[in-house]
Write a protein that binds this ligand. Structure first.
Ligand code: COS
Length: 385
């Protein structure tokens, strides 16, 4: 699946212009109000951003992974909250349905996900199951033709906006094999949301707990119609999500370098622009070199991802996606740190963009698998080879 190159170039131009003319001027509003304005969300829907990765037959744009990464890279040039609004529809919320859902599930949910009418969240993490996702405790008990779901999900991105969740629950014994994935509509009796999480950064992104108390979900909502496949679905979704986040990390690194260069060009000390000092140039150079390395890695892995069969796991590609996430998210952390350093005291002041971005990018090394989980995945695969 991919969009023809000419149309894709037009799409990239529109997204680039949208980011520059519509999103970047709204960054301060998002920071101040901790919310993405509704009119901007409406424009994002209009542009098709919620359906980037959904095939055209379901009303989406049908980008390949490599193309999705290029668009996400552009979205990374502005406050990360904007990407987050559509991020779960593009990625972790929708892909389980697309990869492993039945024809009926795809037909019912994907068109509304693609249009943005339905926001869909990915609910894997729990209070006692973060990195150790296979130990999750949320229970799904079959009763007649329904499952009764009970448990608690934590830090669920877009939960306050979600109309549905792709949610992993234990329907059988311990371990990964006992986990099933469900499509859970948000309005069902027994489903409630916790209070919004107060986060270090990424103001405007919405996360909270999702609590389930005997939520009755039809067995028809079991993704793929077969129990016990949910962990693999989640892992495949995360492989893809990790690449998506790599593109985002590269996009934000680019922006931080732009901010840093602009500051170094106008700030004067000791009678000259600070950017004329070699020690400042060294910091800029390290960031630029690392960004190019990250971009090249992300692009190469995205191409490799597209070369395999869709929805089928390939351990080598999974390992490469982990490499991309590990390198690029650590890279943008270093770039953000240098960005603050180049700004000096101003870098510690909220009015300057780098102060926010420094906090925003910290999350990239945590969600969808910490850097340490990526290291373990890479190490494990190398030892198997
Ligand atoms: N694609 C498809 N299947 C996969 C897979 C992948 N990428 N990774 C693992 N699996 C399969 C395995 O093949 C195994 O199947 P079999 O039992 O048939 O052999 C099964 O899933 C269990 O895998 P594994 O034994 O590796 O699971 P572990 O419990 O050891 O742990 C880790 C796996 C730690 C890697 C996993 O829990 C993980 O990724 N944790 C991080 C979770 C995360 O990213 N959380 C963020 C939440 S979203 S913000």
């Amino acid at each position: 699946m991919s969009l023809d190159p000419e149309t894709f170039e037009l799409l990239k131009d529109s997204v680039e212009r949208f980011v520059r003319e519509r999103l970047m001027p709204a960054e301060d509003t998002v920071e101040e109000h901790d919310a993405v304005p509704d009119d901007i969300v409406a424009d994002m829907k209009e542009l098709g951003l919620f359906g980037l990765s959904i095939p055209e037959e379901y009303g989406g744009i049908g980008l390949s992974m490599a193309q999705e990464c290029e668009v996400v890279y552009l979205l990374g040039h502005t406050a990360l909250a904007f990407r987050s609004v559509a991020g779960t529809n593009i990625g972790i919320g929708s892909q389980g349905i697309l990869m492993d859902g039945t024809a009926a599930q795809k037909a019912e949910y994907l068109p509304r996900i693609a249009s943005g009418e339905l926001i869909v969240s990915f609910a894997l993490t729990e209070p006692d199951a973060g990195s150790d996702a296979a130990s999750l405790k949320t229970k799904g008990v079959l009763e007649g033709s329904d499952y009764l779901l009970s448990g608690s999900k934590r830090y669920i991105t877009n939960a306050p906006r979600a109309g549905a969740f792709t949610l992993m629950a234990r329907t059988d014994g311990p371990g990964a094999g006992g986990i099933s994935a469900f499509i859970v509509p948000a309005g069902l009796p027994g489903l409630s949301l916790g209070k919004p999480d107060k986060k270090m950064g990424q103001r405007g992104t919405k996360t909270c707990d999702v609590n389930l108390d005997n939520v009755r979900v039809p067995a028809a909502n079991l993704i793929g119609g077969e129990p016990g496949r949910g962990f693999k679905t989640a892992m495949k979704v995360l492989d893809r999500g990790r690449l998506h986040l790599s593109a985002l990390a590269c996009g934000m690194a680019y922006r931080i370098i732009q901010e840093s260069v602009a500051y170094a060009q106008q700030r004067r000390q000791f009678g000259q622009r600070i950017g004329d000092f070699q020690l400042v140039q060294a910091m800029l150079a390290d960031s630029q070199a690392e960004l190019l390395a990250g971009l090249s890695l992300m692009r190469a892995v995205a191409r490799r991802y597209d070369a395999k069969a869709f929805g089928v796991s390939d351990p080598e590609v999974s390992m490469q996606a982990s490499c991309a996430k590990l390198f690029t998210t650590e890279m943008v952390g270093r770039v953000a740190d240098r960005g603050v350093q180049i700004h000096g005291g101003a870098g510690y002041i909220n009015e300057y963009k780098v102060e926010r971005f420094y906090r925003d990018v910290r999350l990239l090394r945590l969600y969808e698998g910490t850097s340490q989980i990526q290291q373990l995945l890479i190490g494990k695969q190398l030892m198997k080879a």
